[in-house]
Design a protein. Structure first.
Length: 365
């Protein structure tokens, strides 16, 4: 007996249930098709992440039950089809990176508004054991038509594989190499930027460095450090010329780690930081020890956050094109949705540039 015949018998049985006079609902369609309510919604709204077999089952159940879409429900579904979600993942009790996430949101919001879409943000605890399931649930519930993943979620190859399997419309911010091979994304050449910073401080005569790293596992920031070490290696300097300390991208960690570097009897002549928040913290630590920047110690950041140009002395840093990266991610996601395409590997590389200011000078001696 065929699957379609089974559905027909089940549909006739439901129609003959005693006292059944109400019009069939979306839940009736889901029960008859043997799928979830969200799957019916996605099939009826012709979303990309629905298999041909599932769509066929749903439409066959619709035909048997003579189901008619409620106009108000259709309107709501249409709005959800325009809903995009930017997902940030960090420790919920940690100090936020004051600029990075705000710039991502601003760049994404502008691009979404231009395209006629709505963008909301969702924060997931980095220590949540169900963080991958929470991303999947956004699609299963029908609350979001497409998602943008920021680091470290955009580094998660296992999550990427799940999203590809389900044909979920997703674009990644600064994805890892493994994720970039599976999903579309936008970013810049982190390693090249780190190498350029290394060459810049070397050109100023520095040979003894402190380096404030970001959160462990944040692969894009790790690439910056790898590029920095490459520059030193090209100059014939080994890793022993660098004292790396692990921070969390916050101002507070910059203060604490900067203090630790400067308390040594032979402290570095230059401190390079994985972001501007930590660089500003290191600058504060130097001021607190009555050191003159850049005469006694040079400090270099990364991001070109607005604060970097307004403190004293203004920070030498790398302009990371965060807003443009977010806008590119939204544009790719909208194109994917409008064309009804499944995600495929594609990476848009955005240009960065060095911003030289007064926090970097020639090393003494």
């Amino acid at each position: 007996m065929s699957e379609e015949h089974d559905l027909s018998i089940a549909g006739e049985a439901r129609a003959l249930e005693p006292g059944r006079t109400a019009r069939p609902t979306i839940d009736d369609v889901a029960a008859l098709a043997g799928v979830g309510r969200a799957s019916v919604s996605r099939a009826l709204n012709d979303q990309a992440n629905v298999s041909a077999r599932m769509r066929e089952r749903v439409m066959h159940a619709v035909q048997i039950l003579d189901y008619r879409v409620n106009p108000q429900a259709r309107s709501l579904a249409s709005r959800s089809g325009k809903a995009l979600t930017l997902i940030n993942c960090a420790a919920l009790d940690a100090e936020p990176n004051s600029y990075y996430f705000a710039a991502l949101e601003l760049g994404g919001l502008r691009a979404a508004a231009i395209a006629g879409f709505e963008l909301s943000t969702l924060n997931i605890d980095v220590d949540d054991p169900r963080r991958s399931e929470r991303v999947i649930e956004l699609f299963e519930s029908g609350r979001s038509a497409g998602v943008i993943l920021a680091p470290p979620l955009s580094d998660d190859a296992a999550l990427a594989a799940l999203l590809v399997e389900r044909k979920c419309p997703v674009v990644c911010i600064s994805p890892s190499d493994a994720v970039r091979a599976m999903l579309p994304g936008a970013g810049f050449d982190e390693a090249a930027a780190g190498e350029e910073v290394g060459k810049l401080v070397l050109a100023h005569g520095h040979r003894r460095f402190g380096y404030l790293l970001g959160i462990e596992g944040h692969l894009s920031a790790e690439k910056r450090f790898a590029g920095f070490l490459d520059a030193l290696a090209q100059a014939g300097l080994g890793a022993d010329t660098v004292t790396p300390l692990r921070g969390d991208f916050s101002f507070r960690s910059g203060v604490e780690l900067g203090q630790a570097l400067l308390d040594g009897a032979r402290h570095p002549t230059a401190i390079v930081c994985a972001n501007d928040d930590m660089a500003v913290g290191a600058l504060f630590a130097a001021h607190r020890k009555h050191l003159v920047v850049p005469d006694d110690i040079s400090i270099v950041g990364f991001d070109d956050a607005p604060i970097s140009g307004h403190i004293w002395p203004p920070l030498t840093t790398v302009h990371q094109p965060i807003r443009r990266i977010a806008a590119s991610a939204v544009e790719q996601l909208v194109e994917m949705l409008l064309r009804g395409q499944a995600p495929r590997p594609r990476f848009e590389q955005i240009a960065y540039h060095l911003v030289e200011r007064e926090s970097l000078a020639a090393a003494r001696g």
